[in-house]
Each structure stands twice: as C-alpha cells, then as structure tokens.
Design a protein around this ligand. Sequence first.
Ligand code: ADP
Ligand code: MG
Length: 684
Amino acid sequence: MELETLKGLGKSLSAKLEKGGIHSVEALLLHLPKSYEDRRVISKIASVQAGQKALIEGVIQGVNVTPFGKKHLSCFFADDTGGCQMHLFRFYPNQVSLLKNGAKIRCYGEIIKQNTSANIIELIHPEWQIINQQNASLKKGITPVYPSIDGISSHVIYKFITQLKDYLFSEYIPDTVLKHFNLISINHAIQTIHFPPNKTLNEIFDLSHKARYRLALEEILAHHLNAKIARDKMTVGDYVPFEINLKEHKEFLAGLSFTPTKAQMRVIDEIFTDFSAKKPISRLIQGDVGSGKTLIAAACLIQASLNNFQSIIMAPTEILAEQHYHNLKNWLEAFDIPVIFVAQKLTKKARETALDEIQQNPNCVVVGTHAVFQESMHYPNLALVIIDEQHRFGVEQRLALIEKAKSKDYSPHQIVMTATPIPRTLAMTVYGDLDLSVIDELPPNRKPIKTSVLSENKKATLIQKLEAHVEKGGQAYWVCPLIESSEVLTRLQDVSSLYERVKNALPNVRIGLIHGAMKATEKALVMADFKAHKLDVLVATTVIEVGVDVPNANIMIIDNAERLGLSQLHQLRGRVGRGHKESNCILLYQAPLSVTARKRLELMRQTQDGFVIAEEDLKLRGPGDIFGKNQTGDIHFKVADLSMHQSLFNDVTEIASVLVKDHPESVGAIIERWLKNADQYIKA
Ligand code: ADP
Ligand code: MG
C-alpha cells in the first residue's frame, strides 16, 4: 500500500511527511502517539475545570463572524448546565455554514474558565464537529496524540492512521522466539497503540506497556543487527599489529605542559593493548568535552607513524581540523613526523601538493575534514583512522573510509571519539561494532562553570557587564542558535542583528561574527583572530559547537537556550572553563517558559556532569523525542525510550544471535524496516 492512496493526502502534506522522514505507510504507522487523551466521557459544562482538556457538547445559540479586519468567529453553545463561547481565528466559509443555531456541536480542547458563577466557559480553537455528521476524528474514546510531523498536526496524522486500521505488517520474529521472550505480535502491538481498547487507558499510558515494548525491542534489535553487520564488514581482511614504542611514548608524555589524567592513561593503555592484538581495532572513545581526547589521539598517531604507517585524523569542521593540525604539528614535530593538512578550502594546487606529500611519506599523519576521503585522495600505506566527534559520521561513512585502505588488503584500525554521553548499555547494543573506552575524569584544576538562567529582557544589562569583562582582558562567546535548516534565513538575520546590536552598544569592543553560511576560509580567519585575542567577543551560530578551544574565553552566552537540547547546551558550555579563570555560562530564554523547559534549564544550572544531563534529558522528554534531530545525531529512535526500556537490552542480544543463526532471512528485513532511511543503514 502506498502513502499516496490515503484520502486527504495531497502534494503538500505528502512533501511534509517526506521531509519528516515518513516515506511509507509502515513508517507512518511506526510514528507512535506521544500521549493519549481521555475522551471517553462527555463532560457537563458546569463540571469542567480551567486548564483541563475536556470533551463537551451543546446546542448552538448564536454565531458571530467579524465582517472585516482580523478574522474572528465566535460561537456560543450550551448544555443543560452552562454555556461555552468558542473562538476561531482561522476558518473556511464552508465551516461557517455548518455552525447554525440549533445545531448540535461537540468540542474538545483546553478549558478557559470565564465566569464561574454563571457557568460560562471559553474555548479557543478547539477541535470541533457538528454531531450529525460522519466524522471519525472527534469520536468518544481514548484518542492518541501524535508528535507533529513537519507541522502536520496530531489531528491530521490521526485521520491518516485511522485509514490504515486494517494494514498488516509482516512478522519477522519467529513464533518460537516471540513465545520464549513473552512478546506480542507486531500487528497486535500496532493495533493496541493506535487504536487502544477503551478499557485500557491506564495501561496504555505506561511506556513499558507490552505493545510499546515489543516495538522498542524490534527497533533496538534493528540497530544491533545493523551494527553486527557493520562490524563483520569492517573487520574483513588482514590486520596490521603495531609495536608499541614505549620510549617515544614516554618522551611524548614528558614533553607535555601538563600531567595526563589517570583516565587518559588508562584509555591509552586500552588502545595500545588493542594495537598489539590479532585483529583490527574499532573502538569508541567517549569523553566529556574538555576531557582531553586530542592527547589520546596524538599518542596513537605517533605509534602508527613510528610503525611506519600512515594515519588519518578527521574532524567534522574545518575550524576543528585546523585546530588539530596546529596542536598535532606542535606535539609531533619532536618525532620528525610529517603532518599534512587536507580540507575542502585548499586550492587545487595546495591539494595536489598535499596528495603528493602523502604519496611520498609512508609514515605521515593526515589531518582534515571529510575531504580526506574524497575520490581523488589515495593513501598507499594507511593503517589507522581516527574520527573525532563521531556523531557527524555514520557507520556508512566509516565503511567508505575503510574501503579507501582496502587496496592493501588489510583493514585499518579505527578509533572514533565522541563527547556525546551514551549510556553504556546502549553503546554496547547500538554501537555493537565498536569496543568502548570511557574517559571518566576531567583534568584537575578546572574551575567549575557558573551557570545562570536569565530572561531575554535582561539583555541590555548583560551587554554592559560584557563590556566590563572585556575591559579586564576577558573574552566571550555569544551564541545565537541555528535551530532548523528551514529557519536558516530568519536565524541568520537574528545572528546578524545581534551582532549589530552588541557592536552598536559597545563601540570599543572588538566583535567578530561567525556563522554557517560563511566560507570556510572566512570562518577560519575569524576563529584565528578570536584565538589570538584580536577579537574580544565572538557572536556565532552553533558552528562553534564542537571542540573549539580558546582557553582565555570564559563567558558563554546562549540566546534562546530553551530551544536547544540539553546535550547541545552542554557541548556549547564546554567551550568555556578551559583556562585558569572562573567561567560563566548565561542561558537566555524567551518568556514564557513551559514547565519542562524551566526544569531543563534549571538542570543545566545545577550540574555539569554530561552523563547526568543526558539521562535527565531522557526523562524530561517524551518517547519518540528521545534524541531530537541534532542531539545524538547518529542515533535517532522512533519508539525506544532508553530510560524506560533498559531491560530489553539483554533480550535484544540473545534474539539477535538466534536470528543470525537460524533465521538469517529476517535480519535484513528487520534492519530495513527500521533503518532504511537512516544514515547508519547498512544493506545486509
Ligand atoms: P576534548 O577534545 O576531549 O573536548 P581537548 O583534547 O580539546 O578536549 O582538551 C581540552 C584542553 O585541555 C586542551 O587545551 C588540552 O591541551 C587540555 N588538556 C588535555 N589533557 C589535560 C590534562 N591532563 N591536564 C590539563 N589539561 C589538559
Ligand atoms: Mg575534541
């Protein structure tokens, strides 16, 4: 069955579904409700409370439409206990013609109490329906509430879902396995979730309900199988063990301007043990922002080079790649290791030179952006690939990178570094293709970052304080987040107008502007100026999110903080607190704040622990919204809720083994059902 066959699904809605990642009927059915509304009872008007959502019914006694100006329709109806004034500000002429005196109307919406003594209430833009009409959407019963899809409302999504009541999924988990693990069938699960029987209200609200559990399990299973296949593909062929050159390693550590933390030493040890083992390594290094991952990378790159192999370290942005290039050049110089920079921004000629150097230096370290694995690049002797801030690179890209080295008939070692805190169980299951090392310690003598939450209307005062800070030689970031790609243009205006505003208010302060639409070379110049303290304040979009290191910058101001995910706020805040001075992070919000938003910002104020933040983030959000789009990037769950569905990880590993062994035909099918359009999808 095709999406196009759904009634009411025109071109524009179908484009929106597409944009929201819904490409098929099955994908639509896997878009699960985030909650349910109890519409089993029609309430009497006199009995409803302000703020409550209720289903009410009455007879229309008067309708008023503004003749001109702003559109406004008001309709008054009453039951035998009171009256209700309904207001609409968007409506069509054919809707107006339905609202006639004497007609029976049913509404569902949030009650605004207007006049308690007279039992008059108010509803603004409720869902409504004239009762003698055929219309399934305002039926009595338990009604699912769906997360909107690119602006398509729950109400409309539900209209489509109801048309799919008889759709049947193929069952890919064999009966014996379902029985053994006490799982219900996929169709039973889908039916229960979208069309819950009226008596199950309390159960269905529960995220651990067996219907949701069944789907969550299959989703995690899909990720796990995908990772298994990825691992098989990545570890084919021979391996090259590295001999560990301890003398040079010790020299390297001794030459640092600081003492490595215990955690850094342990992780380096774990990798070095891998290096001498009899298989290509794939390891995920997880360490909070500022935990010192670059140092670990450097130690590994040195060993690759001393073993006479080439290595690559790849960063997600040019700014970061360049920063790595400078750091590594400094550190690796002592060992005569050639360090070569490759990025999109290089001129054709410079890139050719880089390519030449790579051919001539069998032990070089290549630092760059994804440009390092463009078609034209060749590495005759590659044996180690380090990918920094992994969430920008899916499994698929890593596979492509591995392909680059295949000419040699062995797989290079792979190390992936990320600051995204991923609970261990999840990492093991979903990133099953990687071993895991955790840097669970920050370097000592880091001053904690003081975080405050401020309403946006305090901006003027804040700007004055900023001036004082700069006069004392401090530097600051001011981030104006770029929220969604569709908002790029308006947001660019935002960041530019903020820039103008601060510039005008503080004529003596040197202010820089950096955003995603600038050329890489321009960005790099601004960044370099900021790093060299030729600029005092850097107004930026979230392009500075990952990894940028300017120790003297110790104030981070974030505009519209309520609209960013906690993990992202944590990443941004991690840009400061890197030097010896006390640091501040100021989260500006636009009032009014929802209860959840307030809790989230409050949490940011209270803790600086990335894991706590990630876990609380899970709890504070509903299912289906676990990792918002740009949150954990690499993994996006449709159904699974990690805080609720912890217990299924063990089952997933067991079921995966059974399927791989006895039902290999199910493996590809399950992966395809859940991951087909995800960037980590691997064709089985
Ligand atoms: P990450 O990539 O994990 O966010 P970086 O590698 O960029 O962190 O390190 C952040 C800063 O901390 C750098 O300036 C780095 O030189 C410094 N650093 C790293 N390890 C230590 C340590 N053990 N003690 C003190 N400073 C350190
Ligand atoms: Mg880093």
